[in-house]
Design a protein around this ligand. Structure first.
Ligand SMILES: O=C(CO)COP(=O)(O)O
Length: 248
């Protein structure tokens, strides 16, 4: 089975009704590659509006949810609520959640278990910091993060792994296609060893970190890069160029 190319737009804490309107117009006008799975992840307050107004074939993701469905957890959102407003996916373990909000591998594992149990799909993020790469620990860091997530997954068709080297996020410093490919291949090898050869062959591993219209085609050509998780460039009308990266 071929791996369907996946392009996610992670808006982070950005966007407004007005900016969303501009994007809706750009997406409506573009000739988009229908073979690509597109998933947009707005701030949760805009999720309902986006679901009602964006192309029906686009998927919707929340950027984070809590590990419980409801209760006294001021400020949180849940997988149950995400599903209720038509979301198909959640992003879990993003490096900003890990570093700014102190999320541990353990908590990310618990969230993964909760979401998959509820039937919402998970974009699971992993990636090393610059010091970790420079110390030669990239693989060990990524594997530790993966292990905490993999322990909670029984159906891998509901999971996409996003490799996002922290030093490449929002910095304009993209990993080279070779650097990204090397880690993607090692993640696939890890899946093969720790889960199964079939899961390794079928699970999509997407790259995130300063993906732009100008570098997406080269990255997308790498054997083990099955798509992108795009931050800043997903807020611009020419995000459509990234969706169409494989046509370039
Ligand atoms: O964190 C990212 C996507 O989740 C990447 O962000 P940038 O594309 O802005 O570097």
């Amino acid at each position: 089975m071929g791996r369907r190319f996946f392009v996610g737009g992670n808006w982070k804490l950005n966007g407004s009704r007005a900016s969303i309107q501009e994007l809706l117009e750009a997406w409506g006008k573009a000739d988009l590659d229908k073979s690509v799975e597109v998933v947009i992840s707005p701030p949760a307050v805009y999720a309902d509006f986006l679901r009602a107004n964006m192309p029906a074939e686009f998927g919707l993701a929340l950027q984070n949810v809590y590990k419980e469905g409801s209760g006294a957890f001021t400020g949180e959102n849940s997988a149950d609520m995400a599903l209720d407003v038509g979301a198909d996916w959640v992003i879990l373990g993003h490096s900003e959640r890990r570093s700014i909000f102190g999320e541990s591998n353990e908590l990310i594992g618990e969230k993964t278990a909760y979401c998959l149990g509820k039937g919402i799909k998970v974009i699971a993020c992993v990636g090393e910091q610059l010091e970790e790469r420079e110390a030669g620990n990239t693989q060990a860091v990524v594997e530790t993060q993966l292990k905490a997530i993999a322990a909670k997954v029984s159906d891998w068709s509901k999971v996409v792994i996003a490799y996002e080297p922290v030093w490449a996020i929002g910095t304009g410093k993209t990993a080279s296609p070779e650097q990204a490919q090397e880690v993607h291949a090692s993640i696939r090898a890890w899946l093969s060893k720790e889960v199964s050869a079939t899961v390794a062959a079928e699970t999509r591993i997407i790259y995130g970190g300063s993906v732009k219209p100008s570098n997406c085609a080269e990255l997308g050509k790498q054997e083990d890069i099955d798509g992108f998780l795009v931050g800043g460039a997903s807020l611009k009308p020419d995000f459509t160029t990234i969706i169409n990266a494989q046509k370039a």
